[in-house]
Design a protein around this ligand. Structure first.
Ligand code: PLP
Length: 381
C-alpha cells in the first residue's frame, strides 16, 4: 500500500537501520570504562555530533530522551520552575499543551493560549501584547505544525520574548530533518525533536538546552545522573545511534529532498483539487513544510474516506490523538466547522515517497471521496 503518514511516523532510513544493527550486535554500557563501554560511548558521542551538525549547535547542548513528548515535558518543567506565565498556542501538540496546562493548573491565569488565524498562524501583535501585560517566564511555540505543516516565524517571537527576559522553547518535532535548522540564528533556548519523524527509530528523541540559560535542574527521571544529570537511566545506545545516522543522512540531502517532496505534495494537491470540486487545502497560503497536505473534502467524513481507501495509509487529524472522538483541535482553532474538520485528511510525504505512489494515491482518494460523498447524499436524501 502507499504510505502517506510520515508525520505519524516515517520509515527508517537505510543508513539508520544499518547503524542500529551494528550497535545492536555490540555489547557495552556507555557509562562503563572498559573497552566495550568506551565503544558504546563513542557511538553515542558520534550521534550527538551528527545531531549537533544538523542543528548547528554544540554537542554538549544535547540531551537524549525517549522522544519529543519527554523532551517537551522536561523543557517546560525545567523552564517554568520559577512560576510566572506560560505563553503557548492553540495549535500545539498535546505534548506541549497538556504539559503547560498541568504546570499552571494551580495558579489561575498563568497560562495564555494564543489563538491562530484561518491559515493556522499566530497573531504576532496579540503575542507581543501578552508579553507586555504579564510576567511571562516561558514561551513555547512549535516550529511546524503536525497537522497542517504551517511553519512559525520564530525570530520576531524570540526577540520579543528575550526582551522581557522570558525563555523560548520550540517543539521542532515535525521540522527537524525536513528543512534546515540553524540554532545560532534561531536563538531559541530549548528545542525538542524526535527521531522517528525523520527516518530514525521510535522511542528516542532529544532536547537542545542552550548553554548558560537559567533552568531549574530537576530531572523527570531521577537515578544515576546520566545526560549531565538531566535524564537518568542507561542510554538507549542503538536508538541514539539510529537517531544520529538518520540526522546525518537527512543533513546530506536536506534541500534536494525538500524540493523533491514539495513537488510531489503539489502534484497530490493539484490533482485532488482538480478532480474533486469543493475540496480545499488548509493553510496553502502559509509557509508550510514540504511534505504535508491537509485537505478537506466537505460532506465526506475522514474516517469513511480512509475506510474506503485501504491501499493508502493517511490520517484523519493527527494520529497522535487517534481514538479521540472530537474533531482536530488544530483545525477547529483555525476556524473550520466541526463538519469540515471531520472531513479532513492529512497526507504526509517524506524521504521515500515516489511520484508513482502519489499517482496511485490520487486514483484511490478520488474514488473513495466520490463514493463516500454519494453515500452521504443518498442517506441525507
Ligand atoms: N510534537 C509534535 C509536533 C509531534 O508531531 C509529535 C508526534 O507525535 C510529538 C510532539 C510527540 O513525539 P514523540 O512520539 O517522539 O513523543
Amino acid at each position: 500500500s502507499v504510505y502517506l503518514d510520515y508525520n505519524a511516523t516515517a520509515p527508517m532510513r537505510p543508513a539508520a537501520l544499518k547503524a542500529m544493527e551494528e550497535a545492536l550486535h555490540s555489547v557495552g554500557n556507555a557509562s562503563s570504562i572498559h573497552h566495550q563501554g568506551r565503544d558504546a560511548a563513542g557511538r553515542v558521542d558520534q550521534s550527538r555530533r551528527f545531531l549537533a551538525d544538523l542543528l548547528n549547535c554544540s554537542a554538549s547542548e544535547i540531551i537524549f530522551t525517549s522522544g519529543a513528548t519527554e523532551a517537551n515535558n522536561l523543557a517546560l518543567q525545567a523552564a517554568y520552575a520559577e512560576g510566572g506565565l506560560i505563553v503557548t498556542s492553540a495549535v500545539e501538540h498535546p505534548a506541549v499543551l497538556e504539559v503547560a496546562r498541568a504546570l499552571t493548573s494551580e495558579i489561575p491565569g498563568s497560562l495564555s493560549v494564543l489563538p491562530v488565524d484561518r491559515l493556522g498562524q499566530i497573531d504576532l501583535e496579540a503575542f507581543t501584547e501578552s508579553l507586555q501585560r504579564y510576567d511571562v517566564t516561558l514561551v513555547s511555540l512549535m516550529l511546524a505544525n503536525n497537522e497542517t505543516g504551517v511553519i512559525t516565524d520564530l525570530r520576531p517571537v524570540v526577540e520579543a520574548a528575550h526582551a522581557v527576559g522570558a525563555l523560548v522553547h520550540t517543539d521542532a518535532t515535525q521540522y527537524v530533518g525536513k528543512l534546515p535548522v540553524d540554532l545560532e540564528e534561531l536563538d531559541v533556548d530549548l528545542l525538542s525533536l524526535s527521531a522517528h519523524k525523520f527516518g530514525g527509530p521510535q522511542g528516542v528523541g532529544a532536547l537542545f538546552i542552550r548553554r548558560g540559560i537559567r533552568l531549574s535542574q530537576r530531572p523527570l527521571v531521577f537515578g544515576g545522573g546520566h545526560e549531565r544529570g538531566w535524564r537518568a537511566g542507561t542510554l538507549n545506545v542503538p536508538g541514539i545511534v539510529g537517531l544520529g545516522a538518520a540526522a546525518e543522512a537527512a543533513n546530506h540531502r536536506l534541500l534536494d529532498e525538500a524540493s523533491r517532496i514539495a513537488k510531489l505534495r503539489d502534484l497530490l494537491e493539484g490533482e485532488l483539487l482538480a478532480r474533486l470540486p469543493g475540496s480545499y487545502v488548509n493553510s496553502s497560503r502559509a509557509p508550510r513544510l514540504p511534505g504535508v497536505a491537509s485537505i478537506t473534502f466537505p460532506g465526506a467524513p475522514a474516517d469513511a474516506i480512509l475506510a474506503s481507501m485501504p491501499g493508502v495509509a493517511a490520517s484523519d487529524g493527527s494520529a497522535c490523538s487517534a481514538g479521540a472522538p472530537s474533531p482536530s483541535h488544530v483545525l477547529v482553532a483555525m476556524g473550520l466547522s466541526r463538519e469540515d474538520a471531520d472531513a479532513t485528511i492529512r497526507f504526509s510525504l517524506g524521504h521515500s515517497t515516489t511520484e508513482q505512489e502519489i499517482r496511485r494515491a490520487v486514483v484511490a482518494a478520488v474514488r473513495a471521496v466520490t463514493h463516500v460523498q454519494a453515500l452521504m447524499n443518498a442517506t441525507a436524501g
